[in-house]
Structures are given as C-alpha cells and as structure tokens.
Design a protein around this ligand. Structure first.
Ligand code: HDE
Length: 699
C-alpha cells in the first residue's frame, strides 16, 4: 500500500468546490441572498418561512462539539511510516514487514490540561498520538512525550484529572498545574513522584512538536506469526533532537503567540521541512519478565535504555497539513484498543482502563457510534461489519446484518486461519478477585532518583526552579510541606533547595537509599539530534543604513543551511541599505519578540550606534535572547549594541577583534564582513540551541 491511499480516500469526501457554483442550502438549492432575512416590510418581523435563515442559524447553533476532556488543544498532520527492515522476527504486523511499503499516518500532538483555546507553551505533558492506516486496519499508538505516567491504575484517572484541571469553584488556572488541588493530590499519592520529576523538567515545555520524543508508555506485546509474544516499549525519536524552552520564555510566549507550537508545526510542513521521527522499540523476551527491579506492568517506570537498548525499526515523516481543522484534527478519534494482528496488550492496569475509556469518550464527543466513518478515522482496509444504524450513519448497507446467516450466504464470513485476522494472545491468568495494588508496584522513588541523578547541572537548576514556581503558587502550607517531604525520598538536596524557595522547613532526610545510578539517555544533553540548524528561526535586527553586503552574506549562509532568517526593523516595509537600495523587512519589531526566535544576528551599520541603542524594543530583544541562553551574532558596529548592555552587568561582548565566540555570543569587530569563520562559529552556537554557562540566565 502506498501513502497515497489515504489521500485518495480523503478526496472522495471533499466538499463541492465553492468556485464551481453558487451558494446553496444543505439541500442543494441555490441561494440568491444571504445578507438580509425575509421580513414583512423593511422594518417588520422576520418570517418563519425563511428556510435559508433558519437552516443557517440552526446549523451555526450546533457547530460546537464537546472538547476532549483531556488533550483538548492540539495540532495534527498527515504523513507516512516506513520500516527499515522486516520485524517478522518479533511481530507479524503487516506494516512492519516490508521497507518498500509506506503506511499512511495521521498524528495529533496536544497539551493535556488546558481547554481548546489555551496556550501552547504551558508546563504540561504533550500528547503524541499516531494513527497508522495499515492494510490490516487502523493501529493507534496513543502516546505522550514523557515515558511514564502520574498513576498506576486507571481507576485513579478521574481523581488525577479533577485535581490537575482548574479548581472547581472558579475555573482557575487555565492550562497550568501550579495550583493547590494538583499538588494536594501529588503530595498524597506518592506514585506520582517520578512523573512529577519529568513534569518539572524542561521536557514539559518543548521548543517544538518536531523536537520532542514520543513514548507508548505502557509495555505492549508484539506477537509473531507463530503466536510467540515479546514485551515491547515504543519510542519516537525526533531527527532534530530534543529541545526545550526556558520557563521565563515559555510564559512570555503564552501571550506573544499562544499558537507557538501549532504554528511551528504548520509552517515547517508548508515550507517542506517535514518533521521526521524514528520509531524505536525496547524488546524484552517473555521469559525475562521478572528480571527487573520494577514491574513491567507499572506505567510509572521506564526500562532504562542502558539496560535494554532502543532498537530503531522505522521512520515517520509528516508531510501534509490537514485541510480542515475541525473535520480532521478535532474529529480524529484515537483508541488504545485499535490494534492490528501482531500487536497486543499486557495487563498494565492503566492500559486496561484506557482500552475502555477511549471508545466511551468518542461516543459522547463525536455524537454516536458511527465516528469511524468520519474521513480522518476511516481505515483504508475494507470494513465489513454487522453494526448498523445509529446517529450519523453514512454507509448504505445492503444484505443481512447478523451472524450466522444463510440468507446472506453466510457473509461476511469470519476470517480463516490464514494469519490475516486478529487473534488475541493466549495468556494463562488465574488468581483471586481482589482490589489490591501489587507489591511490585510499590517502589515510588528509585526511578525518580534515577531521573534526578541523570540530569546535568542546568537541568537540575531548572527542575528546582520549576518546583519552586509551582509550589510557590500553592496556598496551603501543608501541601507545600508534604510535597517537599515526598521529594526528600528522591534527593535530600533537591528537597532542601525547594523547601528554601517556598518558605517551608527543610524536611528530614528520608531513610531510603537509592543506588547512585544514572541513565545518560534521559538527559537533554545527550539528545541534541543531527546537530543541524535546519528550521531554526534567526532574527536579524536591521535599520536604515544597514551594511547590505554583510547582511546578504550572513543571510545566505544561514538560509543555505536550512535556517529561517527574518529581518526585523522598527517599522514594516523597507529599510535603506548601505548600498542605497531598499531592503525588505519581514516583520516590524513591535509585532514580535525575542521569545519567538532561536537566535539573533546584529549586522553592521548604524544598528550599533547610540541612536539605535535607545530603541528599547531592540535592546530588550537582545537582552532577552542573552538571558534565555540563545545564540547571538554581531558584526562590525553591530557589536556596539552588545557593549551597550555591559552596564547592566551582562558583559556580553567579550571579543574586541577578530572572530570571537564566547558562550554562544559570536562577534567580529574587525573585518566587518560575515566571514566563513564567523558563519561557522555562529552556526555552531545556534546548533547548540542554548548556552547555559552564561551569567544572569533566566530560568
Ligand atoms: Fe489518555 N485519554 N487516558 N492517556 N490520552 C484521552 O480520549 C485516559 C493516558 C492520551 O489527540 C481521552 O479521545 C485514561 C496515558 C493522548 O485525540 C480519554 C487514562 C497516555 C490523548 C483518555 C489515560 C495518554 C488522550 C480524551 C488512564 C500516554 C489525546 C479524549 C487510564 C500513554 C488523543 C479522547 C488525541 C486522550 C483517557 C492515560 C495519552 C478520556 C482513562 C497513560 C495523547 O479517553
């Protein structure tokens, strides 16, 4: 099957081209007037007879559907998946057999807590849900950008979600976890501790959906053609590496561009910079199930990559934006129980609950049982069921609708034993009917400590600051105290640092000892991607008199490496270049901010002169870029703007001559040209993403 199959299917559902005929009613009757309702005289009452008016208003009144109870805000894209080689050794899933076969996919990224209209750059988990339209039916991998979860048993999900959602009396805060009820729950439910470490890390504020990992979270089961099972954990690794914002920046982004992550995804795809992720699997033979010091069925645990390496099995490319947000991104319905032959479940109690919840929620959200017929949900594999009728039935079924039947020739027949049909994995289970958490789930802190041990210094600083921020917004002192009490079980230094920040007494050291082990694969330091600067957004600050030669040179050098370079000036239109020609401005400074860019370049010309130094917007731009650890390049007199910031104690411009690179600030005062050496050094500074060794950084 080729990736185009889903696209061809979508075409069949496309609404009539508005350019090809007049406006009509839902019944196809042409309309000659849609601006005034039918009334008795110019100033008289409106008539019931005006069917166009009534239809228009009625339809409008019903335009909204319930938003997702969690993951309401999202962005989606189509693409394809292709395996690197056959995975027949572990699974018979058809889409994982042949490297020449591309399977179409639809992916939806999301935040969890906020409503549909909330901001993108909140501190939150990100959803990473993928629908594979395989030749054997739809397979949904409904994951997150963090490999663990808040709770171990699905029965706690409503409690957790009630706690994290806005407080019930005043519906505050929107899209944020920094409030009493969430931390009250966390402080009383120690199984959340590991996930809260991830939530307080920079993973919770991704720079881009294109720059975050995805995880299936649960242990699933691959099943091969002989029915042999292998435990499997799924990982998506972005080609561009894993990069995050800093919290100060993320907060400002919420106002400057609430659509920061959605826009980034959309624009990259429109520009042909297709996001790419590698699918990897951690495989555990069934006989090794009990060889770990945690339970594979516990979704608050990872399998450290150093223990079981991630084996790459294929890649996914997202290459098409949806045509209609509501029809596709809003109506897409993922379900963990959408599996295909070769992929099966385990008894993870969180997964078992999800297998109930997703179908249930779609019934209310999408208004009935026929949502699989909505184009984005429709499999490309043929569908033949005995399910009939219901709201929004759009198929015209013929023949019998029960099984067994003789009147319909026994059709549709059940699949034979030719390996095509799904057959549940045969697993022996016996035990008492009890409500009891397994003892093997009860180590809540070792992996939280593993995560903490694996962080670099700057990641630890950010985690401490995040805890201080969140708990600092909590009014109940006992909740602050209980939470630092939990952290003492992870690391006493961490707990003390947080306690000091939130004004509670440092807790006594907990009497549990963790092995001093780390998993380097968990640190962002080790997830930098291919080292390219593709799609990084570089702002160039320009004004009249800018050195055009230098500007064009630098711009070409950066664009040729795939960076997106935008010229920003105090006003829109053009600035007058040093060569006397007008130079097009991409955006006026007052409409943007440093937080929307990855790096800033200050070319020569009067940008470094006292006049420009008094431009507060430009100065703030550079100051923020510096304090958020971003790469800064300055040429010739452009270096002057950096020196102007020295009195603030930033000491940015340490170079006084030839190309000088210091903690991501690259200057060249002498030549005034964008030499190859300058471009190379500036490129390296951008590729590093952030420079954490600067003084006066903002977290
Ligand atoms: Fe979900 N989750 N979830 N979840 N989840 C939903 O389904 C639920 C969990 C995840 O872009 C809902 O259609 C329960 C883990 C994503 O459309 C709902 C439990 C993980 C999305 C639901 C979990 C996820 C959802 C809301 C605990 C990561 C968005 C609307 C037992 C592995 C999919 C909907 C999209 C959405 C239930 C836990 C990821 C209510 C009961 C763990 C990415 O059915």
């Amino acid at each position: 099957m080729t990736e185009d199959r889903k696209q061809r299917q979508r075409e069949e559902h496309r609404a009539a081209d508005p350019a090809e005929g007049p406006l009509t009613t839902d019944q196809g009757v042409a309309v000659d007037h849609t601006d005034d309702s039918l009334s008795v005289g110019e100033r008289g009452p409106t008539l019931m007879e005006d069917f166009h008016f009534r239809e228009k208003l009625t339809h409008f009144d019903h335009e909204r559907i319930p938003e997702r109870v969690v993951h309401a805000r999202g962005a989606g894209a189509y693409g394809y998946f292709e395996p690197y080689e056959s995975c027949a050794e572990f699974t018979r899933a058809a889409f994982l057999q042949d490297p020449s076969v591309r399977t179409p996919v639809f992916v939806r990224f999301s935040t969890v807590q906020g409503p549909r209209g909330s901001s993108d750059t909140v501190r939150d988990v990100r959803g990473f849900a993928t629908k594979f339209y395989t030749s054997e039916g739809n397979y949904d991998l409904v994951g997150n950008n963090m490999p663990v979860f808040f709770i171990q048993d699905g029965i706690k999900f409503p409690d957790f979600v009630h706690a994290v959602k806005p407080e019930p009396h005043n519906d505050i805060p929107t899209g944020a976890s920094a409030h009493d009820t969430l931390w009250d729950f966390v402080s009383l439910q120690p199984e959340t501790t590991h996930m809260m470490m991830w939530m307080m890390s920079d993973r919770a504020i991704p720079r881009s959906y294109r720059m975050m990992q995805g995880f299936g979270v649960h242990t699933f089961r691959f099943v091969d053609a002989r029915g042999r099972g292998t435990f499997v954990k799924f990982h998506w690794k972005p080609k561009l590496g894993v990069h995050s914002l800093v919290w100060d920046e993320a907060q400002e982004c919420q106002g400057r561009d609430p659509d920061f992550n959605r826009r980034d995804l959309w624009e990259a795809i429109e520009a042909g910079e297709y996001p790419e992720y590698e699918l990897g699997v951690q495989l555990v033979p069934e006989e090794d199930e009990f060889t770990f010091d945690f339970d594979l069925l516990d979704a608050t645990k990872i399998i450290p990559e150093e223990q079981v390496p991630v084996r790459p099995i294929g890649r996914m490319v997202l290459n098409r934006n949806p045509d209609n947000f509501f029809a596709e991104t809003e109506q897409v319905a993922f379900h963990t129980a959408n599996v295909v032959p070769g992929i099966d479940f385990t008894n993870d109690p969180l997964l078992q609950a999800r297998n109930f919840s997703y179908l249930d929620t779609q019934l209310i959200r999408l208004g009935g049982p026929n949502f699989a017929q909505i184009p984005v949900n429709r499999p490309v594999a043929p569908v033949r069921t005995n399910q009939r009728d219901g709201y929004h039935q759009s198929a015209i079924h013929t023949g019998t609708n029960y099984s067994p039947n003789s009147l319909g020739g026994g059709c549709p027949a059940i699949a034979g034993a030719d390996g095509y049909a799904f057959s549940h994995y045969t697993e022996r289970v016996d035990g008492h009917k009890i409500r009891q958490r397994s003892e093997s789930f009860k180590d809540f802190y070792s992996q939280a400590a593993l995560f903490w041990n694996s962080m670099s210094d700057w990641e630890r600083r950010h985690i401490v600051e995040a805890f201080r921020f969140e708990l600092g917004k909590v009014n109940a002192v006992q909740v602050r105290e209980r939470t630092v009490g939990q952290l003492a079980h992870v690391d006493h230094g961490l707990a003390t640092a947080v306690a000091e920040g939130v004004g509670v007494a440092p807790p006594a050291p907990a009497n549990n000892e963790h092995k001093p082990v780390a998993s380097p694969a968990l640190s962002l330091e080790n997830l930098r991607g291919d080292g390219s600067i593709r799609t990084r957004q570089i702002a160039v600050l320009v004004t009249d008199g800018v050195d055009t030669a230098q500007l064009t040179q630098a711009q070409e050098a950066l664009s040729s490496q795939g960076a997106v370079v935008e010229a920003l000036a105090p006003h829109d239109g053009k600035v007058l270049g040093s060569d006397g020609n007008g130079y097009a401005v991409d955006r006026a400074l007052p409409t943007v901010a440093s937080v929307l860019y990855d790096a800033v370049l200050l070319p020569g010309g009067p940008v470094g002169t006292p006049g420009v130094r008094s431009d507060e917007a430009a100065m703030r731009f550079v100051r923020d870029a510096y304090r958020h650890g971003k790469a800064i390049g300055a040429l010739g007199s452009g270096v002057g703007i950096l020196t102007a910031l020295d009195p603030e104690g930033l000491h940015i411009a340490s170079g006084h001559g030839h190309v000088c690179a210091d903690r991501g600030v690259v200057t060249d005062c002498t030549t005034g040209t964008a030499s190859e050496e300058f471009t190379r050094a500036f490129t390296e500074a951008i590729a590093a993403h952030r420079h954490w060794d600067r003084p006066q950084l903002r977290c």
